[in-house]
Write a protein that binds this ligand. Structure first.
Ligand SMILES: [Zn+2]
Length: 106
């Protein structure tokens, strides 16, 4: 009797793992994270839009490797680059918070 109970418990645990894996795969199918993102000082608004777009699977969207392009020859180049740097710092701070948040879930 006790043996069949433990066997049943093991099989239920296995089924729970299968359902969790299936749900995780289903959730990850909607991921819109990126492997790389270009952040140009000529188009700060586009980078801001990219970083504020949430990921349905991960919550905070991961932008991957960020390639920063600074256009210093532009008339307002320094101010645009300062705005971009501020957004990059905000994104990095947000990413660290999201990483620690994910660690707490496991
Ligand atoms: Zn994602």
């Amino acid at each position: 009797m006790l043996r069949s109970f433990f066997s049943l418990r093991r099989r239920v645990a296995k089924l729970e793992r299968i359902v969790l894996d299936w749900n995780q795969k289903k959730k990850l199918a909607n991921c819109n994270c990126r492997q790389a993102t270009v952040a140009s000082s000529l188009d700060v608004e586009q980078f801001e839009a990219q970083m504020n777009l949430p990921c349905p699977a991960h919550g905070a969207r991961r932008l991957g490797c960020i390639v920063v392009i600074e256009h210093i020859a532009q008339p307002d180049g320094k101010n645009q680059m300062a705005s971009l740097q501020q957004l990059l710092e905000e994104y990095r701070a947000r990413s660290v918070c999201a990483m620690f948040s994910q660690l707490g879930k496991h």
